[in-house]
Design a binder for this molecule. Structure first.
Ligand SMILES: Cc1cc2nc3c(=O)[nH]c(=O)nc-3n(C[C@H](O)[C@H](O)[C@H](O)COP(=O)(O)O)c2cc1C
Length: 197
């Protein structure tokens, strides 16, 4: 199931409306060319002072199964379940300090922007991408000797769309359900706090 467009209130670009977070993967590897493209999209994200604090660690099962398995082992059991066939995991990490050694308070914001560029590029290529916070950050830090001034923010699984019917019944229903969001009046204010746009 490759398409589950957002039921938007007004028309928006297909790339944004069409991106979603699927859980049904096939085990087909992602080509090197496509991996390069999603990382290139992330590279061109904007950032505060153009510091580009993001660092992405790619775990490609077809290229390095040992590292892939070590990263996969840090996922919480729920995420391990539906990611079992996924061919690629990408850890989104960020440098927390500026070049002057001060806290870069925009680092997570910038890294989220880069991750969004990555998943949008994946969608544009017809790939499935799913961001996750459900993993053991400390176990990941230990497994890959992440330096103290780097924060590990999220994992992103990447692959080709698989068969929804192979998911367990609960996830199968979730995969088919309509995507929802808070109403615009809850998230956009006009000139004053909580004055709905
Ligand atoms: C930072 C972040 C962490 C997430 N963590 C998980 C996760 O651990 N497991 C999961 O199944 N989905 C996870 N998701 C996916 C969200 O549940 C999903 O984006 C949300 O329900 C909206 O659905 P959509 O992306 O299809 O529009 C995460 C998404 C983000 C952005």
């Amino acid at each position: 199931m490759a398409n589950k467009p957002a039921p938007t209130a007004v028309p928006i670009h297909e790339l944004i409306a069409g991106r979603w977070s699927p859980r049904a993967y096939s085990s087909e590897p992602v080509s090197r060319e496509h991996l390069h493209a999603v990382l290139e999209a992330a590279r061109w994200a904007p950032s505060s002072y153009n510091l580009q604090p993001w660092r992405f660690m790619v775990f490609d099962r077809s290229a390095d199964e040992v590292s892939f398995k070590r990263a996969f082992a840090t996922l919480v059991p729920f995420n391990q379940g539906w990611n079992a066939p996924a061919p690629v995991l990408i850890a989104a990490t960020t440098h927390t300090l500026t070049n002057k050694g001060e806290i870069n308070r925009c680092a997570p914001y910038d890294t989220g922007a880069a991750a969004m560029a990555l998943v949008l590029q994946a969608h544009a290529l017809g790939l499935a991408a799913h961001q996750m916070s459900g993993f053991d950050v400390n176990a990941f830090r230990k497994a890959f000797a992440i330096p103290d001034d780097v924060e590990v923010i999220a994992m992103i699984s990447l692959g080709h769309f698989g068969e929804v019917d192979k998911l367990d019944p609960v996830l199968r229903e979730r995969e088919k359900s309509v995507r929802t969001r808070l109403p615009l009046s809850d998230i956009a204010f006009s000139g004053a706090w909580k004055k709905a746009f």
